[in-house]
Design a binder for this molecule. Structure first.
Ligand code: CP
Ligand code: NVA
Length: 305
């Protein structure tokens, strides 16, 4: 049994396999075919934080694939009414897979330890693997392949940035990140990345213009993630020079696309002109959450792995 708590747990070949299945299922859906490859399978969606994309795309995935979902919000009392171990041991007997969005990564790890069924991380403070799968799937779709491409990430070295860095390292994509001091990757993470993918090409700078100079994709995320609201003002000041706007996009190659995991705070990390401009692929990227996750589920639960 496999869990997907971070992308460190997947090999490059496994990610490529997920993309091939995702591509096939996306084409079929566009032709009106919803192949029920997971009949009767049940997914629990255990969420401690709000969500549009992750929740609804997983619900739609399971419906398309012939399975069902149950959404469990705060009222289920996870870790409050009973221990996480007891909760996981029970829930894992009712369902085939759990997607969990949690405040602390350690809670998802504990859930996985005791669940007896696969657990997929639907976002924690440390990682957002499903997002990065959809993002790299989008780049692969736009450019017809990934090897030798460069993704530039501007902003906070947060959960999304960490998962993107791992996905890029595994798929031969250069990763250039520009963040202010104090908001950069931790040394421990960079060491783990290097050990996991010795050939990875990661560059870190404080200069956004430098990061985007060879970019095929320019990516940003909110300056203040869920759970960091108390730091909002401080973060607005720290990231003021890190907005992705028309001036910054003009420093990137002309063919570069713009990506954002969404939700966006327009006027902060990105301007309307970039979000709605010709280089933006944010809607295609959001749509691909559905398709990439189908590939992931087929690999994890189906016979297509
Ligand atoms: N990008 C993303 O995970 O969006 P939600 O928070 O709406 O799920
Ligand atoms: N970094 C953001 C991503 C939201 C999808 C957060 O954690 O809130």
């Amino acid at each position: 049994m496999r869990h997907v708590l971070t992308l460190f747990e997947l090999s490059s070949a496994e990610i490529e396999r997920i993309f091939i299945v995702a591509e096939d299922l996306k084409t079929k859906l566009q032709q009106g075919v919803r192949e029920p490859i997971l009949p009767g399978r049940v997914m629990a969606l255990l969420f401690e934080k709000p969500s549009l994309r992750t929740r609804v795309s997983f619900e739609a995935c399971m419906t398309h694939l012939g399975g069902a979902t149950q959404f469990l919000g705060a009222e289920v009392g996870w870790g409050k009414r009973e221990s996480i171990a007891d909760f996981a041991g029970v829930l894992g007997q009712y369902v085939d897979v759990i997607v969990c969005r949690a405040n602390q990564h350690a809670r998802v790890e504990e859930l996985a330890r005791f669940s007896g069924c696969p657990v997929i991380n639907g976002l924690t403070d440390l990682a957002h693997p499903c997002q990065a799968l959809a993002d790299l799937f989008t780049m692969r779709e736009v450019f017809g392949g990934l090897a030798g491409r460069t993704l530039a990430y501007i902003g906070d070295a947060n959960n999304v940035a960490c998962s993107l860095a791992v996905a890029c390292a595994k798929l031969g994509v250069r990763f250039a990140i520009a963040s202010p001091r104090g908001y950069q990757f931790e040394e421990g993470f960079l060491k783990q990345l290097q050990q996991d993918s010795p050939k990875c090409e990661v560059t870190a700078t404080t200069d956004p213009a430098k990061a985007v100079q060879d970019a095929d994709a320019v990516y940003t995320d909110v300056w203040t993630s869920m759970g960091q609201e108390a730091e909002q003002e401080e973060r607005r000041r720290a990231f003021a020079a890190y907005q992705v706007n028309a001036d910054l996009m003009a420093q990137a190659p002309r063919h570069a696309i713009f990506l954002h995991c969404l939700p966006a705070r327009r006027g902060e990390e990105v301007t309307d002109a970039v979000m709605d401009g010709p280089q933006s692929r944010v809607l295609q990227q959001a749509a691909n959450r559905l398709h990439a996750q189908k590939g992931l589920l087929a690999w994890l639960l189906g016979s297509q792995g």
